[in-house]
Design a protein around this ligand. Structure first.
Ligand SMILES: Nc1ncnc2c1ncn2[C@@H]1O[C@H](COP(=O)(O)OP(=O)(O)OP(=O)(O)O)[C@@H](O)[C@H]1O
Length: 228
């Protein structure tokens, strides 16, 4: 469960990105975050995996109050949250296999478990035959599948995706969305910031709209609601 109470975020340069956000997202939900450019969507999402800290307000994730989280506990939080970015953020010199295994090595899994889990997740995203390739040798859609695999290899409770289809063509985007639906069907919460009207209006889920740092709409099976 993710809960925010009266959350404000003002960056060091004085820009206020969030202006008093209150929200509750239950385990297993699928939520789209929509809104104009600069509205505060990424900031909202970054607060959930503690890439940024709130200026004021309370954030509770999986029953843990983030303000009480010590720096050394951050890796434990991240273990339960998989993150996917628009630009994939894969390590360019590592193979597909190594990019995914890395997420497990940092939490000191045994080599045998690592091998099994990486191969299982590669199977799930349909890339078993590309395990030895490096990111440059893959299409954009394949690279995004690797980053999805990396995000879910720890079986996190929550997957957070910031415009995951932003760099992909429509057909490839639908493939990524099918993967997200599968992941969500197994009980994982999905939170996805997107500018895709087509996706939001086709695969109907909860829609949270952010404008000028405020939640202005929160609807189950909502519409995208903007013209672009
Ligand atoms: N690290 C930062 N330092 C200072 N200001 C920032 C920082 N990150 C974001 N901002 C500002 O905060 C506001 C909200 O940005 P944010 O990235 O959260 O919006 P967004 O809705 O995700 O936008 P987009 O759809 O374009 O990705 C913007 O005015 C932005 O310039």
């Amino acid at each position: 469960m993710i809960k925010m109470e009266d959350v404000y975020k003002t960056y060091a340069n004085g820009v206020t990105a969030l202006n008093g956000v209150n929200i509750e997202i239950d385990q297993g939900e699928f939520v789209y975050i929509v809104g104009p450019s600069g509205a505060g969507k990424s900031t909202f999402i970054k607060l959930m995996y503690r890439e940024v800290k709130p200026t004021t307000g309370k954030i509770v994730i999986n029953n843990k109050d983030m303000s009480e989280l010590k720096e050394k506990e951050v890796p434990f939080l991240r273990r339960n949250i998989g993150v996917i970015f628009q630009d994939f953020k894969l390590l360019p010199r590592l193979s597909v296999y190594e990019n995914i295994a890395f997420a497990l090595e940092v939490i000191e899994e045994s080599p045998r478990n690592i091998r099994k889990r990486v191969m299982d997740v590669l199977e799930q995203v349909g890339l078993k035959n590309k395990a030895r390739f490096i990111p440059d040798e893959l299409s954009g859609g394949e690279q995004q599948r690797v980053s999805v695999a990396r995000a879910i290899v720890n079986h996190p409770k929550v997957v957070i995706a910031d415009e995951p289809t932003g760099n992909l063509d429509p057909e490839t985007s639908w493939g990524i969305m099918r993967l997200f639906e599968e992941i969500n069907a197994s009980g994982t919460t999905i939170i996805m910031a997107t500018h895709s009207k087509e996706i939001v209006n086709t695969i109907k889920k909860r829609v949270i709209a952010v404008e000028d740092g405020l939640i202005v709409r929160d609807e189950h099976r909502g519409e995208y609601g903007y013209e672009i």
